[in-house]
Ligand binder design. Structure first.
Ligand code: SF4
Length: 265
C-alpha cells in the first residue's frame, strides 16, 4: 500500500491563500503533491511544478518555511475559516515526519481562526489534543469513496484503507469533534452501486453527520486510452444525474442531510 516517494524542500512566500470554496475564507496546503496518489486526483492540474504534476504521488515538496510565514500572516489578516488540505492531503505520510500541518494548526487555533480539515488519513488523530482543546474552532471531514478494499486499491492505491478511515471518523465523532463524510468522487462502475450508496448514507445516519458527495469530474488527463478511468468517462457523463438522484433519495429515506461538495485534490 505505502509507496516510495521523493521529498524535496521548497520555500513559500504565502501560507494562506484566498479560497473560492464554499464556506472557506482561506486555504492552507503545507505540501505540494500527495503520495496517496489517487488515480482521479485533480490536484495534479493545479501544481505549477511540472515534475510533481507528471509524477503524481512520487514527488512531494515540503514548504519548509510555511509556519514562519503563517505566523506573520495571522497577525495581520482578519480571522476567518481556513480549509486545510484543499489541494493536497495535509495528513499524507510525509506529515508524520515534518509536522507542518500540526504546527500550522497550533498557530491558527491560537489566533482564533476556524479550521476545516479534509483528509483520508487517520494521522489526523495524532492531533486530537489540539482538536479537543479547540473543539469550537474545528471541523474534520473524512473522504470515504467505498468500503470495498479492492475498489479502494483500484482508485486510491496508496491511501489508507476505507476501514481505517471509518474508524478514525468514528473516533472523531466519539470525541465530539464536528465531523462530516465526503463520498466522492463517485465513479459509475466502481463505487456508484446502490449498496455502496446505502452504506455511505448508513454511516452518516449512524454517526449523525452530514454527507457531502460529488460525482467524478472528467478531466483531460483521464481522457487517454491508457488512463485507468478512460473506460468510465462516457458512463460518468451519462449517469451523473441518475447517481445524484439515487443519493438524494436514500438520504431523504434515512433522513440524512446531504450536500453536493467538491473533493480535495
Ligand atoms: S485526491 Fe486527495 S488524497 Fe488523493 S492524491 Fe489527491 S490530494 Fe491526495
Amino acid at each position: 500500500m505505502f509507496q516510495e516517494f521523493k521529498v524535496m524542500k521548497t520555500r513559500c512566500e504565502t501560507a494562506l491563500s484566498r479560497s473560492g470554496l464554499p464556506g472557506l475564507d482561506y486555504a492552507l496546503n503545507p505540501y505540494v503533491g500527495c503520495s496517496h496518489a489517487c488515480i482521479y486526483c485533480y490536484a495534479r492540474l493545479y501544481t505549477r511544478n511540472r515534475d510533481v504534476g507528471s509524477n503524481w504521488g512520487r514527488i512531494i515538496l515540503v514548504k519548509e518555511n510555511i509556519v514562519d510565514v503563517l505566523r506573520r500572516e495571522v497577525a495581520k489578516y482578519p480571522r476567518g475559516v481556513v480549509g486545510i488540505g484543499t489541494v493536497t492531503d495535509a495528513y499524507q505520510p510525509v506529515e508524520a515526519v515534518y509536522k507542518l500541518t500540526r504546527r500550522s494548526l497550533e498557530v491558527l487555533l491560537r489566533h482564533g481562526f476556524h479550521v476545516s480539515i479534509q483528509t483520508k488519513n487517520p494521522l489526523v488523530l495524532r492531533d486530537m489534543d489540539l482538536l479537543v482543546t479547540h473543539r469550537d474552532l474545528v471541523d474534520v471531514g473524512f473522504t470515504i469513496t467505498t468500503l470495498d478494499y479492492r475498489a479502494s486499491i483500484q482508485i486510491e492505491p496508496h491511501a489508507p484503507p476505507p476501514n481505517a478511515r471509518l474508524k478514525a471518523l468514528e473516533k472523531l465523532v466519539e470525541e465530539n469533534i464536528a465531523s462530516w463524510i465526503f463520498y466522492g468522487p463517485i465513479i459509475p462502475g466502481i463505487n456508484s452501486d446502490p449498496d455502496t450508496v446505502r452504506s455511505m448514507v448508513d454511516i452518516a445516519k449512524k454517526l449523525n453527520i452530514v454527507l457531502y458527495y460529488d460525482v467524478l469530474h472528467v478531466k483531460s488527463f483521464m481522457n487517454t486510452p491508457t488512463h485507468p478511468l478512460y473506460n468510465y468517462i462516457e458512463k460518468t457523463r451519462r449517469e451523473r444525474r441518475r447517481i445524484m438522484e439515487l443519493i438524494e433519495t436514500e438520504c431523504r429515506r434515512q433522513k440524512v442531510t446531504c450536500r453536493t461538495g467538491f473533493s480535495e485534490g
